[in-house]
Write a protein that binds this ligand. Structure first.
Ligand SMILES: Cc1cc2nc3c(=O)[nH]c(=O)nc-3n(C[C@H](O)[C@H](O)[C@H](O)COP(=O)(O)O)c2cc1C
Length: 356
């Protein structure tokens, strides 16, 4: 007999909360159960099938007959609990089509909006302490200003084909290793000299990306790994059977998105340089930088963008063929031609219906 390796225990007088963070289940143990669990933690061989508490602990999954943890993890338990504990969040129901998603999302928004927004914490009540700033300069014909002011999350794409040239520019300028910076002597160690258009924690470029090509000229629909040093793609998987939105939290308005990218992080690279769990935060910060750069490049190329962190990790890991590895999916970004609407047509229709 073994103690389930995915547990942590919280003292909450008078009980002990045993949290199975992988399966998202919590148990409250009273003193007798806690005492017995303590004995079994000390020596799992004391398990007695004639003892009701032991059987209940086994049925609850607190004890297991097989050791199940083969997760590779280089930081301390803190980030492991958080990372695994926020993976594959049980969802009561994944919307199966755009109409289900629209109804459920609108209900959710109405539920949220029923309570007031938390009040602002920054007060502007004392006019005498205000420092007026000059009018911002936003050069009318500057590309960066244009991209910054035009970037917008859109939820209504036409599905039009993207040229391979545009895809190449997008990948190079957001995830590629820039040959424009090849000559810089910034790298302190061999193998760490590569630079992207976004900053990277420790210069490790721990984040990577996979291309989801649905409608790209000259590219078979499918999943591809992008190799930033060589600026090439290699095939990973054919296009998934289920619509894209099914994979992305039931957000079916995205089903015809021609291009998407999964941003992943190679935790093993971060473990190598930074042992403390705080480095876990940096993986997400880096993914955020890359995401924003992607949005700006896509906008500059004349596309509209979309992004999400809503997906079932297991499904994405197997689509990207990174299951059980130290490379983990963090975020999804995508772009394409759009009518520029922040709401999909089905949501606009439903809102109109509700108002009439
Ligand atoms: C971390 C993060 C997660 C997001 N997740 C979603 C999402 O799951 N679905 C979606 O439609 N938009 C998502 N968005 C987009 C936001 O809703 C959007 O950025 C916000 O409403 C502001 O609009 P704007 O991007 O047009 O400025 C996400 C944005 C961020 C930064």
């Amino acid at each position: 007999m073994h103690i389930n390796p995915h547990l942590f225990i919280l003292p909450r007088t008078p009980a002990q909360i045993v949290w199975n963070y992988k399966d998202h289940i919590q148990h409250e143990l009273d003193y007798d159960y806690s005492k017995r669990l303590g004995q079994l933690i000390n020596n799992p061989d004391l398990f007695n099938s004639g003892n009701t508490i032991d059987i209940q602990l086994l049925n609850a999954g607190i004890l297991t007959v097989s050791k199940t943890d083969n997760t590779e993890w280089g930081w301390d338990e803190l980030s492991k609990i958080y990372h695994i504990g926020t993976q594959n969040i049980p969802c009561k129901h994944i919307p199966q089509n755009i109409h289900e998603w629209t109804r459920e999302y609108l209900d959710h928004c109405n539920e949220v909006l029923a309570a007031p927004l938390p009040p602002a914490r920054r007060m502007l009540d004392n006019a005498s302490t205000r420092i007026e700033l000059p009018t911002p300069t936003t050069p009318a014909h500057d590309n960066l200003t244009h991209a910054l002011t035009q970037r917008k999350t859109c939820r209504s794409f036409t599905g039009a084909v993207l040229s391979l040239n545009d895809v190449s520019s997008l990948l190079y300028l957001s995830f590629g290793y820039l040959h424009e910076r090849d000559s810089s002597a910034d790298g302190i160690a061999e193998g760490l000299a590569a630079r992207r258009s976004s900053p990277s924690g420790g210069g490790l470029n721990a984040c990577e990306c996979f291309l989801l090509a649905q409608n790209i000229e000259g590219l078979e629909p499918g999943v591809y790994a992008y190799h930033p040093a060589e600026h090439v793609l290699t095939p990973v998987n054919p296009w998934p059977q289920a619509p894209l939105g099914q994979l992305l939290g039931g957000q079916h308005f995205i089903n015809n998105l021609p291009l998407g990218l999964f941003i992943t992080a190679r935790f093993d690279k971060l473990w190598w340089k930074y042992q403390h769990s705080r480095a876990y935060r940096m993986a997400f910060v880096e993914a955020g930088h890359l995401s924003q750069t992607f949005q700006l490049v896509a906008t500059a190329l004349g596309f509209n963008t979309w992004l999400t962190g809503a997906f079932a990790d297991d499904q994405v890991e197997s689509l990207l063929k990174i299951e059980g590895s130290a490379e983990q999916p963090l975020f999804f970004v995508g772009c394409g031609e759009s009518d520029g609407q922040a709401m999909c047509q089905e949501m606009l229709d439903l809102l109109r219906e509700e108002q009439s």
